[in-house]
Design a protein. Structure first.
Length: 213
């Protein structure tokens, strides 16, 4: 499960990076400041969408799919690739409604001294990466959910799931690909690329700080 992440980039900086690093036409529609660290489900976030071949848009959306707010149904902020591949409804969503969540890091919690401590995970040599996601539209808003897979060797000691992480070109290929081919992108992150993991000092609570003393 990934319940928090970081994105220190803005809509405009992501727009500029994509235009510089990739072929295609990019349209900036993200028009508000969003939270930078410790981003949580239901927060407004930045996401990248495919409009048509080689045309993409960058928008503000909500993180987490909730089908019945009045009944307080669960907020689906992570979607297991195994469930997507097995369940007809989710397979259809994946087929037609994929997007990307830009991130500069994500957080997982590991128990230290009987207290769960947040750890920040970054990709060495990559100031930004993209998390494969699915989305639905409801009430003129867009709600998305990160796709998760089994952990690689870096994440396994911390958690039994990890988000599907993609580099820039791989991320755009994921959006362009036919559904069956897109599924193949949803695997643990390449273990040949180092993942930097350290205690997330910037989001520690007082109780967590005391546990580390």
């Amino acid at each position: 499960m990934c319940s928090r992440f970081e994105n220190k980039e803005s809509g405009i900086s992501i727009f500029e990076k994509l235009k510089k690093d990739s072929m295609g036409n990019f349209i900036l529609e993200a028009d508000e400041d969003t939270k930078k660290i410790n981003i949580a489900p239901t927060n407004r976030i930045i996401s990248v969408f495919r409009n048509k071949k080689d045309e993409y848009s960058i928008k503000n959306v909500f993180w987490g799919i909730q089908f019945d707010k009045q009944a307080k149904s669960p907020i689906i902020f992570n979607s297991r690739i195994e469930t997507i591949s097995e369940k007809k409804y989710w397979k259809q969503v994946f087929s037609k409604s994929r997007c990307l969540i830009p991130a500069t890091a994500f957080y997982e919690w590991k128990e230290i001294n009987k207290t769960k401590i947040p750890h920040k995970i970054e990709i060495s040599g990559n100031e930004i990466f993209y998390i494969a996601s699915i989305f639905i539209k409801s009430d003129d808003n867009i709600y998305n959910s990160m796709i998760t897979t089994t952990p690689n060797k870096y994440i396994k000691p911390i958690h039994n799931r990890m988000p599907v992480i993609l580099g820039t070109q791989e991320a755009l290929d994921f959006l362009e690909a036919e559904p069956e081919k897109a599924m193949k992108f949803c695997k643990p992150f390449d273990e040949k690329v180092e993942m930097k993991i350290e205690i997330a000092e910037e989001i520690l609570t007082e109780k967590q700080k005391k546990a580390l003393q």
